[in-house]
Design a protein around this ligand. Sequence first.
Ligand code: GLY
Length: 409
Amino acid sequence: MHTKPRARRGRDVLVVGGGVVGLVTAWRCAQRGLSVAVADPEPGRGAAHVAAGMLAAVTELQYGEQTLLGLNLASARRYPSFTEELEDASGLPTGYRACGTLAVALDADDRAELRELHAFQSALGLESVWLTGRECRRLEPMLAPGVRGGLRVEGDHQVDPRRLAAALLRACERAGVDFLRQPAGRLSVVADRAAGVVLADGSAVPAGQVVLAAGCRSGLLEGVPEEALPPVRPVKGQVLRLRVPAPFAPFLSRTVRAVVRGGHVYLVPRENGELVVGATTEETGHDTAVTAGGVYELLRDAHELVPGITELPLTEALAGLRPGSPDNAPLLGRTALPGLLAATGHHRNGILLTPVTGDLMAEIVTGGDPEQALPFSPARFSRAPGTRPEAPGTRPEEPHTLTEGVPSR
Ligand code: GLY
């Protein structure tokens, strides 16, 4: 017998997407007394399941992105109190580690590039200290003898994105957020206003406001008028996880990164013995295949930086999709459709921007207009009719795992 899809209880806020951005938005809104639901078949996964968790506002600084830098720094400053509050609220660790970062150069070209970055950082008043190759190796003895110099950035730390997501999920549950464990199928629009979503099983979830926080899929929800669709695209990153056995520890004591022949590689050592090596940057659409070329590139560059890496067991190879936006900055706030908001497009900074995103989105949802969010308003992009991105499928892509089931310490 065919059962008619039921109408679900209405909510103040319905968040589409349960990655860290969706979860932090839901948590902060629930803390303000709103009734909140999150639609996601697997909340707590998304790009955070793959991400390394560098909080690299200073070392990942790009020319022309000074406005974004301000938001990145503001979020980095919130991290200590944010993780403390989240750990208290959830009873779970987040893996936040104030360990600093070392960015090194391997040849004359890399050194020149890093010198330029140092000059740019200094001009902006950012804390970054130039070190000789010998000084770099004194800090990190596993570095290759050929390291030509580097930058010590004491303020760029790390967090464990998987733990962060698990803690956010638990904090949301404890704050009364309801999890609808299926994809949102379509936005409901009533009288030119977002009025909720229809889930994949056909049930309608009415809501006062809908927040699009589905990462690189945020532009694909059916029913969203073209002028309100966030212009996000998937930017693939392949990442490796290795294990540092006890006799090798501490292999590295802080995040180490380098430009190797123009490509960026980073190594993020966790306190639990995990070493994360990332990441490729590929514009290949909604594709999460781990490729031989991607793994080769990462291991080749990581080996050049830290030759001893070849001794470590490889436990995982994954690919995730960053939500890229046209200016590499996030979209935070109201879209062109009343009642529909966006929290997406965080590109390389999703984990770093999690604390500030939650605070700003909760303020906007409750009627505020925070000045800090103005440069990141979705209104800065106007989408011409007829440019809706092509939906690659109806379900979110799963990150592909090459080596599953290998226990990590
Ligand atoms: N922020 C690191 C990455 O996107 O690879």
